[in-house]
Design a protein around this ligand. Structure first.
Ligand code: 5GP
Ligand code: ZN
Length: 112
């Protein structure tokens, strides 16, 4: 999708620190980390937000969650938080589906 920041990162038009890549997914470090480990996991297909996940594209959402577990183990995290912000009211600023994998520090609850 034109003018989508994360589509540009997928096409390598914008550089990023890539942690994992395959045909369907890309994982890269967040430019403004909120925890010692802060990795974004995105599908290569453009899905605007969690609201757009449905029965025809939900397989990729499962793969994002599975990849988060793999990366967390590889990063030797004792635990982690996986966040999908949905729409501006919940903190979404980039409208290409992404999971924030956060770890390496104690996470507060409720998140605020
Ligand atoms: P959101 O607020 O939409 O849930 O998360 C978007 C995330 O993308 C933010 O945590 C922000 O720091 C990150 N981000 C924004 N622009 C860039 C960029 O150009 N490169 C990388 N690696 N991360 C970015
Ligand atoms: Zn996109």
């Amino acid at each position: 999708m034109e003018n989508c920041l994360f589509c540009k990162i997928i096409k390598k038009e914008i550089p990023s620190e890539i942690v994992f890549e395959n045909d369907e997914l890309l994982a890269f470090r967040d430019i403004s980390p909120q925890a010692p480990v802060h990795i974004l996991i995105i599908p290569k297909i453009h899905i605007e937000s969690p609201f757009e996940i449905n029965s025809s594209n939900s397989t990729v959402a499962g793969k994002i969650i599975a990849l988060a577990a793999e990366i967390a183990k590889e990063q030797k995290l004792e635990g982690y938080r996986l966040v999908f912000n949905c729409n501006e009211i919940a903190g979404q600023s980039v409208f290409h589906l992404h999971a924030h994998l956060l770890g390496g520090r104690i996470m507060n609850w409720p998140p605020g």
